[in-house]
Design a binder for this molecule. Structure first.
Ligand code: 1PX
Length: 205
């Protein structure tokens, strides 16, 4: 059997690049495959992050199942189909695709900010990660999760080690790839944000 190809963050970013159609729809298959890649990356950073990766795996798995079951192709379709029974029914559904995707969507904002920080050249990854977290996900998390997340961030590798595990070549290439990739992630984020805002779904419980 051939050895598994080395993991590269480039594949993840390619997945996000492939998410947006000409009609500005966000395709769920590449979106979730991008998340699968990010989770693999997170898992390679050590067990201190497993409480985060377990939650992300559960959310991606649930969305994959819903996509399969209901043939959701894009985020737009999923919102439309789940809203068909009315906003109250959707709000009362704890396992909906919309509320689950909203959690990943908020985490995508964290990713966007963190990658921007990494690209900026600041070497303090745990500070970059904490700042990105405080400006995004933290406001949606209770105290205990915020505390656990902030402690875990202290175990992050240095910027150089980080760029190295991204496995996209020398640090300059890794930084160039981030510059190329961030706009795609930002695009996916802003289309989803606008869609959820328009449908009043940004605070789904
Ligand atoms: C080159 C950089 C690549 C880095 C890849 C890292 C991928 C990180 C993936 C993080 C996914 C986090 C999803 C969190 C979803 C969430 O907000 N869940 C909470 C709410 O869910 P509920 O169903 O109850 O409404 C849930 O309570 C979360 C629990 C786990 C803790 C979440 C902490 C999130 C920290 C995000 C930053 C990850 C830091 C990774 C360091 C590289």
């Amino acid at each position: 059997m051939a050895a598994a190809a080395a993991f590269s963050l480039r594949e993840v970013l390619d997945a996000f690049r492939g998410c947006v159609t000409e009609q500005r729809e966000v395709l769920l298959e590449p979106y979730l495959s991008g998340w699968r890649g990010l989770i693999r990356f997170l898992q390679s950073l050590g067990t201190v992050f497993s409480f985060i990766s377990k939650d992300a795996v559960a959310k991606v798995t649930l969305l994959e199942e819903l996509c399969h079951q209901h043939r959701f192709v894009s985020v737009q379709r999923m919102v439309q189909q789940e809203l068909a029974a009315g906003p109250a029914a959707l709000r009362a559904q704890p396992g909906s695709g919309c509320r689950t995707l909203l959690r990943l969507h908020r985490a995508l904002r964290w990713l966007q900010l963190f990658l921007q920080g990494l690209r900026s050249g600041d070497s303090r990854t745990s500070v970059l990660c904490t700042d990105a977290y405080n400006a995004s996900l933290a406001q949606h998390h209770p105290w205990l999760i915020r505390k656990a997340a902030t402690v875990a961030f202290c175990a992050l590798p240095s910027r150089d080690a980080f760029l190295d595990i991204m496995n996209v070549g020398p640090p300059e290439e890794a930084v160039a790839m981030l510059g190329e990739a961030i706009p795609y992630i930002s695009d996916v984020y802003s289309i989803t944000q606008e869609l959820f805002e328009k449908n009043d779904l940004l605070d789904l419980p």
